[in-house]
Design a protein around this ligand. Structure first.
Ligand code: F6R
Length: 369
């Protein structure tokens, strides 16, 4: 049942190109328009949405953080993202025009369920993004957009995360489509790129041997830091979470701009620091800033592990290890940038003799608060 792989996690990482393609299947028509009739929230209500609030836990929360960038950029609707466990206890401001999106692989996470119940009590519409047909969260929501990752058995989420991202992009683009906001060449191009992205994920998977080798060489380390900017920041958080749960190592993700506000004090010789570099095309300001962050930490002796787009030469002089990913539009980069981090954590866990599919103390679905 592991399809020839040693672990479900390896199988599920390898299934990501298909999971991504399956989640797009039938949802983009021949004209390049989105067909999301399955989201049974009337178009006139979607047009009136004045705020999007995303609630989720763990890895699904990281998908939500990335979705915020996409939703605000493509629709100009303000979007908040909140840990489901924090949400209802602070009496959030919600109304009939708030669209609450609950993201959950299992559809059974108690914190997320309680958050969505709270939102519905306030009169908000709830859209679930979920991987498990007929589970509690979609049953209790007003509408659901299923991710088609297939069953995810390994406790650490991988393919579900990528499909959550795809579903979030679809929702963001669909909101843009029905509202007619910013609906220009950029969006058309993004949809075309999204349709190709499974192939790009496949290409990343084909080049992972050096990442595995690097992971094995770090098996005796105690700490790994992860830095990113823009959508690379939630990717850094996800890389750190995967490492904690699988390798039982101290790992932290930071927004690279926060370095000088504290975390840079942690940098010491030979400390591994993974940096997710945004594309040098497009928003090049971000790129230049992160290159100077890499220089700063390297000057203090950090061992820099740089994830950068093919053709990005500016990072080369400062990268002790360079992991290449294909060029994608900025907002879609998490779909390719997360994959090496999953492989990295999985290989480190193996090298440290940990149980990859069943990390200690964790459960696949957390049905208590
Ligand atoms: C991390 C992981 C957890 C889940 C979280 C939410 O690898 O698996 O952080 O993402 O427990 O679970 P779902 O998506 O089922 O609500």
């Amino acid at each position: 049942e592991k399809g020839g792989y040693d672990y479900f996690m390896l199988k599920e990482i390898a299934e990501q190109p298909k999971a991504v393609a399956d989640t797009l299947l039938g949802r983009i028509d021949a004209e390049g328009l989105l067909r999301l009739d399955e989201v049974r929230i009337p178009v006139h209500e979607l047009r009136e949405v004045d705020k999007v609030v995303i609630v989720a836990c763990g890895t699904a929360f990281h998908a939500g953080l990335i979705a915020k960038y996409a939703i605000e950029h493509w629709t100009r609707i303000p979007c908040e993202v909140e840990l489901a466990s924090e949400f209802r206890y602070r009496d959030p401001i919600l109304g009939a025009r708030s669209l609450v999106i609950a993201i959950s692989q299992s559809g059974e996470t108690m914190d997320t369920l309680m958050a969505l119940r709270h939102a519905r009590e306030q009169g908000s519409k709830v859209l679930a993004i979920c991987n498990t047909n007929g589970s509690t969260i979609p049953r209790e929501s007003d509408a659901v957009l299923y991710t088609h990752a297939g069953p995810e058995v390994a406790v650490a989420s991988t393919k579900a995360f990528l499909t959550q991202l795809v579903a979030c992009y679809l929702v963001a683009l669909y909101l843009g489509q029905v509202r007619g906001t910013k609906w220009g060449d950029e969006i058309g191009a993004v949809i075309r790129d999204l349709a190709q992205i499974g192939g790009e994920v496949e290409r990343v998977l084909e080049t992972m041997e050096p990442v595995r080798e690097l992971a094995r060489s770090l098996a005796d380390k105690n700490t790994v830091l992860f830095l990113g900017r823009h959508v690379g920041y939630p990717v850094a958080l996800e890389g750190a979470l995967k490492l904690k749960e699988l390798a039982y190592m101290h790992a932290e993700g930071f927004a690279a701009g926060e370095l000088k506000h504290g975390p840079i004090a942690l940098i010491e010789p030979d400390l591994p620091v993974v940096v997710v570099v945004p594309s040098p095309r497009g928003r090049s300001v971000l790129h230049d800033k992160i290159v100077s962050n890499i220089q700063e930490i390297r000057a203090r002796g950090a061992r820099t592990i740089v994830i950068a787009e093919e053709g990005d030469e500016a990072v080369v002089p400062y990268a002790d290890h360079l992991i290449r990913i294909p060029a994608t539009p900025t907002l879609l980069q998490p779909l390719v940038a997360t994959v090496p981090l999953q492989v990295f954590a999985c290989e480190l866990a193996t090298a440290r003799g940990n149980e990859v599919d069943q990390p200690r103390n964790l459960a696949k679905s957390v049905t208590v608060e």
